[in-house]
Design a protein around this ligand. Structure first.
Ligand SMILES: Cc1cc2nc3c(=O)[nH]c(=O)nc-3n(C[C@H](O)[C@H](O)[C@H](O)COP(=O)(O)OP(=O)(O)OC[C@H]3O[C@@H](n4cnc5c(N)ncnc54)[C@H](O)[C@@H]3O)c2cc1C
Length: 431
């Protein structure tokens, strides 16, 4: 069995840990950056791998890249990526703040391969995490096991592995080949032949579900594509320049200090700015296509609103969904070949984090302002959580908007615990 020892082990080479890698190279002494290993389960870095569809765009400004809000002069900016790859003129000429998802994805891969001290290792899936032994009253490190059979010991962990996909319990008994969650759409849809996709049902009523519907409709020109949603119908993101200020990194302090009941109110009200809506362009595309279908007298695209899915089963070769009409309470059966899930993510902490917190005896996983997991006193080993702290750090926690500042918070905390300030001169210049 291969053993490795590092100072910081970061799990997942997504935007969060790549931003951390940049912050370590820019703010920390060389030995800390060089003592950091990022492991990624896939063989490359892609952004939103499951939904990396050619026509999809980022929903936040390119200026909210991995570093610019912290260090506008960084060589790791999205603008420098465009410059380096010879695409700056074209991007400017397009006149948009929101690049295609594929461009952000290319940027992430470029950052990963441009880091010079922090190492990124691919094809390494973390399969378990556990605390090291208690020695002289102290737990000083973690043990991570990877699918390639290695054990990595680290003094600090940073978990940036994204959130767990939400598959509604009513659908969990369906065979795997008949249900595709958005997080695996691009890869799994390749294996679906047209004969297995004559009747497609998409479940969900927000951006991911709409993208699944549109992608399936285009991919299978003969298919009947039906969208089932609980809500009254598709809606645009409801935000304004006023509420958009709640996505600022500077709002995190405010939110963290807010009373629990008001935090819940803020998250409830902000839900419509992010999770519950669609980008206006997607809405327009779908509506116009449905309009044109009616003109042509066809009806390949259908939407059923105010509808719950109560159960699912197989009947021979068909998937049978039992739906409940919220208006009348009537139950109905819908037969289809394939179910696509735009049902989002589990709200709780990911299983990996919950299991680790339980193993430490910390109970429910929670973090302090610097994103460090609150652990029993015997722990000098640190564990930081990225992207899963909406409840304490606000709605932007899962988004790109706060990555630059969050990685600075984590690096500053790491250094403070080693008795080192972050690069004072650089910080003073930046803050
Ligand atoms: C379809 C979609 C569109 C989005 N669009 C936007 C947008 O426009 N703007 C925005 O700000 N946010 C958007 N988001 C939110 C998104 O969560 C963030 O943009 C960002 O991807 C979060 O980065 P992350 O690094 O925390 O997680 P992820 O991007 O999920 O990255 C996690 C990484 O960890 C790896 N990993 C997971 N488990 C393991 C393991 N056990 N071992 C090793 N590696 C592992 C994964 O393969 C992945 O590479 C979108 C989300 C979705 C689902």
């Amino acid at each position: 069995m291969r053993h490795q020892k590092v100072e910081v082990l970061a799990i997942g080479a997504g935007p969060a840990n790549l931003a951390l890698g940049i912050a370590l190279e820019e703010l920390a002494p060389k030995e800390l950056a060089a003592g950091t290993l990022i492991i990624e389960q896939h063989d490359d870095t892609l952004w939103q791998r499951g939904m990396l569809l050619p026509w999809t765009q980022s929903q936040v400004s390119f200026l909210k890249d991995l570093v610019t809000l912290r260090n506008p002069r960084s060589e790791f900016s999205f603008v420098n990526y465009l410059h380096t790859t010879g695409r700056l003129d074209e991007f400017i000429n397009l006149g948009t703040f929101t690049p295609y998802r594929s461009e952000i994805s290319g940027y992430l891969q470029w950052v990963a391969s441009s880091l010079s001290e922090v190492r990124v290792e691919y094809g390494r899936r973390c399969v378990s995490l556990e605390p090291g032994p208690l020695v002289d009253g102290e737990v000083s490190h973690w043990l991570a096991r990877t699918a390639d059979g290695a054990v990595i010991s680290s003094r600090n962990l940073v978990i940036g592995a994204g959130r767990d996909a939400h598959v509604p319990a009513e659908l969990s008994a369906l065979p795997e080949e008949r249900v595709i969650h958005s997080t695996r759409f691009s890869e799994r849809i390749e294996q679906v032949g047209a004969d297995r996709a004559r009747r497609i049902v998409v479940i969900g009523g927000a951006q991911s579900a709409a993208e699944l519907l549109w992608a399936a409709y285009q991919r299978f020109p003969e298919a009947q594509c039906t969208m089932l949603m609980r809500s009254i119908g598709l809606n645009a993101y409801q935000s304004s320049k006023f509420t958009n200020e709640l996505f600022y990194p500077s709002f995190i302090d405010d939110f963290f200090a807010t009373r629990p009941e008001t935090r819940s109110q803020v998250l409830r009200e902000m839900h419509v700015t992010n999770y519950a809506g669609l980008a206006p362009a997607m809405l327009e595309t779908l509506y116009r296509e449905m309009y044109q279908e009616r003109l042509r007298g066809t009806e390949r695209l259908r939407m059923r609103t105010l509808t719950d899915v109560a159960a699912a089963r197989m009947d021979g070769d068909e998937v049978v969904l039992t739906t409940v009409d919220r208006k009348s309470g009537d139950r109905e059966e819908i037969r289809c070949d394939l179910v696509l899930l735009g049902t989002g993510f589990v709200r709780d902490m990911p299983a990996m984090v919950r299991d680790l917190a339980a193993a430490t005896g910390a109970g429910q996983a929670t973090v302090d302002r610097a994103y460090r997991m609150v652990l029993p006193e015997s722990y000098t080993a640190g564990c930081y959580l990225q992207g899963v702290n909406e409840a304490t750090h606000g709605i932007a926690d899962s988004l790109l908007s706060v990555l630059a500042s969050r990685s600075q918070d984590i690096v500053t905390d790491l250094l403070a615990r080693r008795g080192l300030p972050a690069d004072e001169a650089l910080l003073a210049e930046l803050l």
